[in-house]
Design a protein. Sequence first.
Length: 131
Amino acid sequence: CGLIYNGYACNLLESNKNDLIPGWHIPSKTEWENLIAACGGGSVAGTKLKAVDESWFSGWNGTDEYGFKLLPAGAAFNAEFVSIGELDYVNTSTDYNSSMIYYATFNTTSQVTLDYYSKGHGHSLRLVRDT
């Protein structure tokens, strides 16, 4: 699936992106909102962005209409990996406050939602090429 990053690691990557991830950045909450809107809104964008993969949880229901290929990588909560194959949380670069960060949630519904949670929890990460 890939690596899991907590919010503190996302902050470090973004603040040092020219050295650590040159030419790329972690999308902001606003960039995620724009992507979700371009995919038809929060009630349907989840399905359109999720990968089609029969080997995952039976309710994953992705159609991958845009080649985003999001996989249900799960998350890391309290140093334990959870929900692998069932859901995915993807961090943004936008802090809610000093101890919380915004992220996108994908689960077995067609929805994608934006919320915030502790920076100590590990989530997936997608990068966007700088323009």
